[in-house]
Design a protein around this ligand. Structure first.
Ligand code: NZQ
Ligand code: ZN
Length: 381
């Protein structure tokens, strides 16, 4: 086992109607003005906006809104939101949505208190001393951002999608009502399932012999694989939505990584390249990238892949293990090849060029330019 630290200050409320207490939580924080941040409008269609606005009204605290955060969110929106908030003297960020909205809220919270430049902080991994408190209301099970200190944004000018982590970005409170995810469409539900599995795999292929964390990982993946077909057939089943939501939280709230010095994150980097170039949804980019990455690694780390196969699919064959992941992703409607989401093989050069420019790699499993070629060949195979 490697040395590790456990720190997770997020107070997480999980279950039916948990947001009915949002007004009390807000009042306890004694804030005067809130930034209510959300995405492109799903919360207006499914009634979540109205129930949160009602809570804000009951609390009596003044609020302003910043909406329109896109999937694969951009640093431009965060810049605009933070300028608006500094002018309005906001002292709490309330982010209502999926990973894109909550991540944008987290970086905004770092840049309202002090006039920080969000991209500079993220790119140079600058330490920030203070931030506004963040409350997250999660509406899609996927990223784990609701109980972790990370955020991922992209920058159109520099052609990058990168992550940043800082303890100030743990949400102070997170509200998870699985009923809020009933309206998540089938494709987005599937991408969330891929994403949560990918988070555990990034830990599985990280550095450190951590048998208990390995067992947690296997349990999380088994839970996701078993629940997925049931959930996709019954999208308004509370138990299925609830169990998947909790699995997604546990996949990236630290548990799979304890006992390791680092996770790998190379596959996420590959996926971010597709998301940046073609706006590929995050989970879809990972169901394309993971099989390609595992095929590349099959001869380098066969034991680790076989162990996964033995625990999940009753096979020690690396190729069978990879093929079982592909079959699973396909069965839930997530793409495993780039052309399934409209990316043409003519784009191969462009993908390679961006991987080279951004030096895509994992922390543990370094990727070379030759590897990029093999990976791009596989994603178009
Ligand atoms: O924009 P709105 O209208 O909100 O619609 C969203 C969006 O179109 C929709 N949606 C969300 N909740 C819904 C709903 N539709 C119907 N009913 C609901 N209840 O779903 C679409 C996707 O939303 P998004 O927030 O983009 O999805 P997700 O939660 O998968 O977040 C993806 C982002 O998180 C980053 C990814 O890179 C990507 O940018 N990640 C963040 C991480 C973190 N902070 O720890 C780790 C992850 O690895 C990931 O990189
Ligand atoms: Zn992810």
């Amino acid at each position: 086992m490697e040395n590790f630290t456990v720190y997770n200050p997020t107070c997480l409320y999980f279950g039916k109607q948990v947001t009915n207490n949002l007004n009390k939580t807000i009042n306890e924080l004694k804030v005067k003005k809130i930034l209510f941040m959300y995405g492109k409008g799903s919360i207006k269609n499914n009634g979540i906006y109205d129930s949160i606005a009602e809570q804000l009204k009951i609390s009596g605290v003044d609020f302003i809104e910043y909406s329109g955060i896109k999937s694969n969110p951009t640093v431009d929106d965060v810049e605009k939101a933070s300028i608006l908030c500094r002018k309005s003297k906001v002292d709490l960020v309330l982010a209502v949505g999926g990973g894109s909205v909550i991540d944008s809220g987290k970086i905004t919270a770092l840049c309202i208190n002090e006039p920080n430049d969000p991209w500079k902080i993220m790119k140079a991994q600058i330490h920030v001393n203070s931030a506004l408190p963040i409350i997250a209301v999660l509406t899609v099970a996927a990223t784990g951002t609701e109980m972790n200190p990370y955020a991922v944004l992209q920058n159109t000018l520099t052609q990058e999608k990168i992550g940043y982590g800082c303890n100030l970005m743990f949400p102070k409170y997170s509200f998870l009502d699985p009923q809020f995810t009933y309206s998540v469409p089938a494709n987005q539900t599937a991408y969330g399932i891929v994403d949560l599995i990918a988070h555990t795999l990034e830990a599985w292929f990280g550095q450190g012999d951590a048998s208990l964390s390995d067992r947690f990982i296997i349990s999380i993946i088994k839970e996701a694989i078993e629940l997925a077909p049931l959930l996709l057939k019954n999208p308004s089943n509370y138990e299925y939505r609830a169990k998947m939501m909790w699995a997604a939280t546990c996949a990236l709230n630290g548990i799979p990584a304890y006992g390791r010095s680092t996770c790998d994150w190379g596959v996420h980097d590959i996926g971010h390249t597709l998301s940046f170039l073609y706006d590929t949804p995050h989970g879809a980019s990972l169901s394309i990238a993971y099989p390609a990455w595992m095929k590349l690694q099959a001869n380098r780390i066969p034991k680790r892949i076989s162990l996964l196969g033995e625990a999940l699919f009753n096979t020690s064959s690396t190729s069978e293990t990879i093929s079982r992941f592909e079959k699973f992703f396909t069965s839930i409607g997530s793409p495993i090849r780039a052309n399934e989401c409209g990316i043409k093989s003519d784009n191969k050069k462009e993908i390679l060029a961006l991987m080279i420019k951004n030096k895509i790699t994992g922390y543990i499993h370094q990727l070379t330019e030759k590897d990029y070629i093999k990976i791009t060949d596989t994603i178009f195979a």
